[in-house]
Design a protein around this ligand. Structure first.
Ligand code: C5P
Length: 300
């Protein structure tokens, strides 16, 4: 096999409950991931060494050195297989960079699936999931897709059945936010307020809304503990969220650590209209309609 192509979705968190800071610098989470139809593509070609090139939207913002998560994923897979392998990776980006939609994690998951195939390793998904968890908290979900509850750092996943398709609009913001900085800001604000941080708990009403496919109920139960911190670092996002609500979004939240804003729409037509209104009024520079859940990293 000389070339392999993998398609990997973005995610939004429909519930992101953040527990107290752990000793290892992470937080225990209840993290309800939902994969949506904005896709990066990872192509892997036979080569002597492991390299990466990035094309498409946002490509100038992605590092192509050893810090690139897709390169690290390919290296980790080769190490797991116990051999030296090479691959030229080409990533076609559509997922916002540092946008709170797991774009880097998607590329890492794509590289794992692509190199597993290119190198003829035939490793089962469980092995790839284990390697993925060491690369980043969101990488296992990028492999799995669908809708799932993540606990621990977010890497321990349990699949959630959903009762239908949900329609979304995503408004990427100019300039990214560092996930680590947003968590740190969340800790700072919590320390300042002196309130004891409760242990994160799954929202039963949200689970029911996902299970029945009730977009109105889901919209009213969306939650993100990182939102206050993200808004503190990027106060301009509040106006974007408000504009979406004014245009009839059933729910409006910052996606993960942000700064992308996520709006839940009534149906596909409403999503298209909402995206059009957000850009026409200048509330967002770009807005993309998408749906979920969709499957995780797959060979195409
Ligand atoms: O796991 P990942 O590399 O994606 O995490 C990036 C950063 O986000 C971590 O270094 C940490 O600061 C923060 N984080 C956290 N708790 C989590 C996940 C991430 O504090 N559960």
């Amino acid at each position: 096999m000389s070339s392999v192509t993998v398609r990997v979705p973005a995610k939004v968190n429909v519930q992101l409950s953040v527990g107290p800071l752990r000793e290892d610098g992470y937080h225990d989470l209840v993290n309800v991931f939902h994969a949506v139809s904005i896709f990066d593509e990872v192509v892997a070609k036979e080569s002597e060494s492991i390299t990466v090139q990035v094309t498409g939207d946002w490509s100038d913002q992605v590092p192509t050195d050893g810090s690139n998560l897709a390169i690290r994923a390919a290296q980790a897979l080769a190490k797991h297989a116990g051999r030296t392998y090479g691959a030229d990776l080409v990533i076609k980006k559509a997922i916002p960079v540092a946008g709170g939609m797991a774009g880097g994690s998607a590329d890492a998951a794509g590289a794992l699936v692509a190199c597993n195939e290119l190198w003829g390793l035939g490793l089962p998904l469980e092995d790839l999931m284990e390697i993925a968890g060491d690369l980043g908290s969101d990488v296992p979900f990028s492999l799995m897709g669908g809708t799932a509850v993540g606990t621990g750092r977010g890497e321990q996943l349990c699949e959630l059945p959903t009762g239908g398709t949900f329609h979304w609009v995503f408004a990427p913001a100019d300039g990214g936010l560092s996930t680590a900085n947003v968590y740190a800001e969340c800790d700072r604000l919590r320390e300042e307020s002196g309130v004891e941080v409760p242990w994160p708990k799954l929202n039963d009403s949200l689970m029911e809304a996902l299970g029945t496919g009730d977009a109105y109920a889901l919209g009213s139960h969306l939650s993100n503990d990182l939102q206050v911190a993200a808004l503190n670092l990027r106060p301009d996002l509040a106006a974007t969220l408000d504009a979406g609500r004014q245009h009839g979004a059933l729910g409006a939240i910052v996606s993960g650590s942000g700064p992308t804003c996520a709006f839940l729409a009534i149906d596909a037509t409403h999503a298209r209209d909402l995206a059009g209104s957000l850009t026409a009024t200048g509330a967002a520079r770009t807005a993309v309609a998408a749906h979920g859940p969709v499957q995780g990293a797959i060979l195409v």
